[in-house]
Design a protein around this ligand. Structure first.
Ligand SMILES: Nc1ncnc2c1ncn2[C@@H]1O[C@H](COP(=O)(O)OP(=O)(O)OP(=O)(O)O)[C@@H](O)[C@H]1O
Length: 505
């Protein structure tokens, strides 16, 4: 029998009158990866925050390796053997220090030996840790200069230097490219072999298929399903998580709409290849590519944040060369940026104000009627997208991450525009919510051209009329979604492995 690393019985947690955890029972076994799936707002982060000492439980018992466990705070949890790598990876590293010092940080602090004292010894030890984790990074590099993936590896390696019994990874692949995610999976395999009990939280079926030994589903503050018999039944797990089967997004190809946005022989960098793209009224185009493929640069160029380095852009047949974001917006171009935390959410505002923010100035006459109208529209949008909240006057900060993302998308779907750019709209949202958002994107498509920038092919296939593949700053291929030739699509994204891993075709 595998050893029970962590056992939880009857865990309760409420925020005010919102009972978020309603008696959670679960156990994590050593040398096993348990995936925790749950719809946005189900309570996953709250559960993790209780386990890692960030929140105090209101009731229930936690046992770590057979002993009562009630962490006073995050560092108490770590010292007892429960380490969490949060979505915000820089929680786990000090960006200004080099890799070796980051890897050895805890030992340096524990022994009080201070930094850089035994430089040679420190580097040797760090080398050992890096090698044992299969990490191939220059130990002298400043962590701030590393890629997101490398920083995340260092955060995990640092966590492992504490020899934890339980490692919690909260959506660890959300900022990684496919190849980087594969490196992370290899590291997880090693840790499992070393006997660590891993709790892995994810919304991505392709990740879940790759790492899960067992799946726990969470719905509305309770565990709604446990799947541990191989082969795992993913369809049943998704149903247990959502409480119903998933419904499909209807992709009916809009034919014959007039061109709205035309890119004619454009170049994103001075030495980049030129390309053309035309987006029609009512059309939803997915621009798919890995990190560095140029898709974000393209979004920024259309949105007036980056300079067009050649060629011509037109909107409704008229030349369009935005000098600024303000200028792009004035031409009817809206963009929902990725990384909602730093780019979009106004923490001090409530849901309705966050949703209607760009339009507030227009209604700023302070008119009571207008404000009522905005509130009722945001209430309707909340319902259509299934935002889990008490009311539209809740502070945005009280929503779960995925629900904040829905509010941000709603912000741009609510208002008419000519060109809508959505950068990674499904980041951090659960599978059911992805369908809700996809359906709303399609329902709002008429009267505009919609360009959705994303890394996951599965997501593109779910919502787009046309899939455009980008590599090295230019277009590598275009595919109509209806009767798509998946093999050809895959070969366009040459070298893409994990983004496709979950696709069964
Ligand atoms: N600090 C807080 N104050 C008030 N309510 C909160 C707080 N933190 C979480 N909640 C509420 O708890 C519920 C569960 O949120 P939680 O973040 O745990 O969900 P989640 O399952 O992690 O969702 P996601 O997948 O979207 O990240 C939500 O209704 C949320 O509004």
């Amino acid at each position: 029998m595998p050893e029970k690393a962590l056992e939880i019985r009857g865990l309760l947690k409420a925020f005010g009158r919102n009972q978020v955890l309603k008696g959670i029972d679960l156990s994590l076994e050593s040398g096993t990866v348990t995936v925790l799936m749950g719809a946005n707002g189900a309570g996953k982060s709250t559960l993790v925050k209780v386990i890692c000492g960030h929140h105090r439980a209101d009731g229930g018992d936690l046992m770590l390796a057979g002993r009562p466990f009630s962490p006073a705070d995050a560092s108490d949890a770590i010292s007892k053997g429960v380490v969490t790598v949060h979505q915000s990876i820089d929680d786990g590293v000090i960006p200004e220090l080099d890799v070796a010092n980051n890897l050895m940080l805890d030992r340096l602090v524990e022994t009080g030996s201070g930094f850089f004292v035994h430089e040679g010894k420190l580097r040797k030890e760090a080398q050992k840790v890096a090698a044992s984790m299969g990490i191939d990074v220059d130990l002298k590099a400043r962590v701030a200069d590393l890629s997101v993936a490398d920083r995340q590896m260092i955060a995990i390696a640092r966590a492992m230097a504490r020899a934890p019994k339980v490692l919690i990874l909260d959506e660890p692949t959300s900022s990684l490219s496919a190849a980087e995610a594969n490196r992370l999976f290899a590291l997880i395999d090693r840790l499992r072999d070393q006997g660590v009990a891993i709790l892995y939280i994810s919304h991505r079926l392709s990740d879940i298929r790759r790492v899960a030994d067992r799946i726990l589903c969470m719905r509305d503050g309770s565990i709604s399903g446990v799947f541990e018999t191989q082969p795992l039944d993913y369809e049943a797990a998704v149903t247990a998580m959502l409480g119903h089967r998933m419904t499909e997004v209807d992709i009916s190809v809009e034919k014959g709409g007039a061109p709205v946005l035309e890119l004619d022989g454009i170049r994103l960098s001075t030495d980049g290849n030129r390309f053309d793209l035309s987006a029609r009224d009512g059309e939803v185009i997915a621009l798919v590519g890995l990190l560095g493929s140029g898709k974000s640069r393209l979004a920024e160029t259309i949105y007036g944040m980056a300079r067009l380095e050649g060629g011509e852009m037109r909107i409704d047949g008229k030349p369009f060369r935005p000098a600024s974001v303000h200028d792009a917006i004035a031409h009817g171009v809206f963009m929902s940026p990725k990384d909602r935390g730093s780019n979009a959410v106004i923490p001090a505002f409530d849901i309705a104000n966050n949703m209607t923010l760009p339009f507030l100035s227009r209604f700023s006459a302070g008119s009571f009627l207008q404000s009522r109208r905005l509130r009722s529209r945001s209430r309707e949008m909340n319902e259509r997208l299934g935002v889990v909240c008490q009311s539209e006057t809740d502070g945005i900060g009280t929503l779960s991450g995925g629900n904040q993302q829905k509010v941000m998308i709603a912000r741009w779907l609510m208002e008419p525009c000519r060109v809508l750019l959505l950068d990674e709209p499904f980041q951090g949202v659960d599978i059911g919510a992805r369908r809700d958002i996809g359906r709303q994107i399609r329902a709002s498509a008429r009267g505009r051209a919609t360009l959705v920038f994303m890394t996951e092919i599965d997501e593109a296939l779910e919502i787009a009329d046309r899939i455009v593949v980008m590599t090295e700053g230019t277009i590598a291929g275009e595919h109509i979604n209806e009767n798509i030739d998946l093999a050809a699509l895959v070969s366009d994204i040459s070298g893409t492995e994990a983004g496709l891993a979950g696709h069964s075709a």
